[in-house]
Write a protein that binds this ligand. Structure first.
Ligand SMILES: NC(=O)c1ccc[n+]([C@@H]2O[C@H](COP(=O)([O-])OP(=O)(O)OC[C@H]3O[C@@H](n4cnc5c(N)ncnc54)[C@H](OP(=O)(O)O)[C@@H]3O)[C@@H](O)[C@H]2O)c1
Length: 243
């Protein structure tokens, strides 16, 4: 083991997670990544393949099992846990799944990936987070606080729950020296976006989509000493969408 700080990041293969890996790698951190697919060969960062764990966070037993594997790769300390993996299923033709027609099985699947995996990982790694006086960042969403034209009801409620979990965790993990915060992205240019988002951003104060690196910068802030007295809060990264 070397002296680098270590982050565990879920959903690193694309979008916001990918930009976050690049941000932390630039700062000299070691990043352990988790997602369903194997490590993509085209990714350039050093140590990426060895530090990738293939796990489906929608499967609670697999998530619990992954904790032992993650611990075996740490030297007893984890400086940051970023719960970023998320899914936002759509209906036929990309339609929004509302409270009336979302079947309970997919509702549960969304909650396992977007919500339960975050607390399972944080609880499972609390000793390592505490030993490093680490930080947890939960990636919520603008859809968690009001109805969104494209994000479905299961997604929105999972993100609202994740925001509430952030508050509860900040309370419980604080005495261990661990800070817990959330970031709520707005319309960020990634594969999760629906067609039609260009119309939404025309009306935003900043008149544009956000870039994954702009979200990664806020995650970085929340994991760095620059935010050492910030815990239990959610930072909106949305170009002023709700003003
Ligand atoms: N883009 C936006 O505008 C926006 C807005 C608000 C909130 N967010 C939130 O930001 C986070 C990242 O979004 P993104 O747009 O970057 O998403 P994305 O491009 O769709 O990437 C999602 C990541 O999550 C991983 N993932 C999905 N299901 C998984 C599972 N069952 N187990 C393990 N990993 C899984 C994916 O990797 P694999 O496919 O390899 O599993 C991928 O790396 C999500 O939590 C999302 O809800 C995004």
């Amino acid at each position: 083991m070397d002296g680098r700080k270590v982050m565990l990041l879920t959903g690193a293969s694309r979008g916001i997670g990918h930009a976050t890996v690049k941000r932390f790698a630039r700062e000299g951190w070691r990043i352990i990544t988790c997602s369903r697919h194997p490590f993509p060969e085209q990714c350039p960062w050093g140590g990426g393949r060895e530090d990738h764990i293939q796990v489906d966070l929608g499967d609670p037993a697999a998530t619990i099992e992954a904790i032992a594997e993650i611990k075996s790769r740490l030297d007893g300390r984890l400086h940051a846990l970023v719960n970023n993996a998320g899914i936002s299923p759509k209906g036929p033709g990309g339609s929004r799944l509302n409270t009336i027609d979302t079947d309970l099985r997919s509702w549960g699947q969304v909650f396992h990936v977007n919500f339960f995996a975050s607390i399972v990982l944080a609880r499972g790694l609390k000793d390592e987070l505490s030993a490093a006086k680490g930080a947890v960042v939960n990636v919520t969403s603008i859809a968690g606080s009001r109805v969104h034209p494209f994000a479905g009801a299961a997604y929105a409620t999972s993100k609202a729950a994740l925001k509430a979990l952030t508050r509860e965790m900040a309370h419980d993990f604080g005495p261990m020296g661990v800070r817990v915060n959330a970031i709520a992205p707005g319309e960020i240019e990634t594969s999760i976006l629906s067609p039609g988002t260009e119309k939404i951003v025309e009306g935003l104060p900043q008149r544009r989509l956000g870039q994954p690196r702009e979200v990664a910068d806020v995650i970085w802030f929340l994991c760095s000493d620059a935010s050492s007295y910030v815990t239990g809060t959610e930072i909106e990264v949305n170009g002023g969408q709700h003003v």
